[in-house]
Design a protein around this ligand. Structure first.
Ligand SMILES: Cc1ncc(COP(=O)(O)O)c(C=O)c1O
Length: 377
């Protein structure tokens, strides 16, 4: 059976990128690798929309989240974490692990943060020096209003905005410099269409000012070291050479597609999926602010999400994601990032219809796919 991956990371990787990475390994302290690294630095700046350096770490995304904290903050700093899902919760865990004092705004799962709550918290507690948020909270399929939050923090010299853009960078517009984000984290196994293993991070001038005072322990992820090495087209430690070579090709492809078309691609696949699910009587979990990276859909309660997920796997070889914690068994999640196109999206929607019909959900077979085709056309 042919298999399909519709999870929000890892994602399918284009064959040409797999082949590029299958070539014989080269050494990283060579002119050849430095040439590739120079292209990658340029390509990442383009995707990030920044003049700053975008660091490439050999880790999963969480490594860059940790580095964002350890490179900017200091022991006992007070920080404000937006916690509206598993990854918001992770910001809190990382900050506590480093001895920071964490204030959390708990956001109902499926909802986006109201920026006024952040303004209020900063007004009430002037000692808060960082706000941490997900641009796209993959566990709930919600897009948080990053630009609005940046409007608040950019006016405050003493507050930085640290953004987990792991399912946002390369998915929808989030220009680092223009938005005034202070640290923006990304990951390879998402819109970058690569296997897991690389994480990215950019730092604003304001974040570098924080870095001067930061006393949290850092060694492997010390950005000062990365900055010095990047200028010489290398990394402080052995880079994930194969992935960097794959990244060079992915970034060339991004440039060729053009950012607007890239963003449009995700937006269309997401809206086709969402509208198709609504047309067959299902409800999106993220109602007011869905992320174009991933559609989280409430399964009919009498069926439950587990049966939909296993039905797709058993009958169609398709892997989609379920929910975690309070959303476990209630939602299924279909990703729109990675090497996924219109045909894949039409296939997964059709498969969901087929599985739901077998499970006894009552709807007109074909209503969803008709809606999707209208949007994708
Ligand atoms: C929004 C978000 N943040 C953080 C992570 C964690 O990244 P990783 O699993 O690569 O460490 C993920 C991964 O799924 C994610 O989607």
């Amino acid at each position: 059976m042919k298999t399909y991956l519709f999870t929000p990371g890892p994602v399918p990787v284009p064959e040409e990128v797999l082949l590029e990475m299958a070539r014989p390994i080269i050494h990283h302290r060579t002119a050849e690798f430095e040439g590739i690294f120079a292209q990658v630095r340029e390509g990442l700046r383009y995707i990030y929309g920044t003049k700053q350096e975008v660091f490439i770490l050999a880790s999963s995304g969480t490594g860059a989240m940790e580095a964002a904290v350890s490179n900017t903050l200091s022991f006992r700093d007070r920080v404000l974490v937006i916690n509206g899902g598993k990854f918001g919760e992770r910001w809190g865990k990382i900050c506590r692990a480093f001895g920071l004092e964490v204030e959390e705004i708990m956001v109902e799962w499926g909802e986006a943060i109201d920026p006024n709550l952040v303004s209020d918290s900063l007004r009430k507690d002037p000692s808060i020096c960082a706000v941490l948020v997900q641009a796209s909270e993959s566990s709930t399929g919600v897009k948080h209003p990053t630009a609005e939050l940046a409007e608040i923090t950019r006016k405050r010299e003493d507050v930085i905005l640290i953004v987990d853009g792991i399912t946002a960078v390369g998915v929808f517009p989030l220009p680092f410099d223009d938005t005034c984000i202070d640290v923006l984290v990304g990951g390879s196994q998402k819109a970058f269409m690569l296997p897991p293993g690389l994480a990215f991070a950019a730092m604003s001038e304001k974040a570098w000012n924080f870095n001067k005072k930061s006393n949290l322990p850092k060694f492997y992820f010390d950005f000062k070291n990365y900055l010095k090495n990047a200028k010489e087209n290398t990394t402080p430690w052995t880079p994930a050479i194969t992935l960097v070579i794959g990244l060079a090709l992915v970034l060339r492809n991004f440039k060729e597609e053009g950012l607007e078309r890239t963003y449009n691609r995700h937006a269309k696949l997401a809206s086709a999926t969402r509208e198709a699910m609504i047309a067959i009587g299902l409800e999106p979990y993220a109602k007011s602010s869905p992320s174009p990276a991933i559609s989280a859909i409430l399964s009919p309660p009498e069926i439950g999400a587990g049966k939909v997920i296993s039905g797709l796997k058993d009958k169609f070889g398709m892997t989609i994601a379920g929910g975690q914690d309070q959303a476990k068994g209630r939602i299924f999640r279909i990703s729109h990032i990675g090497y996924i196109d219109k045909a894949d999206t039409i296939a997964v929607i059709t498969a969901v219809e087929s599985v739901l019909r077998d499970l006894g959900h009552r709807f007109n077979l074909g209503d969803g796919i008709k809606k999707a085709i209208d949007i994708l056309a």
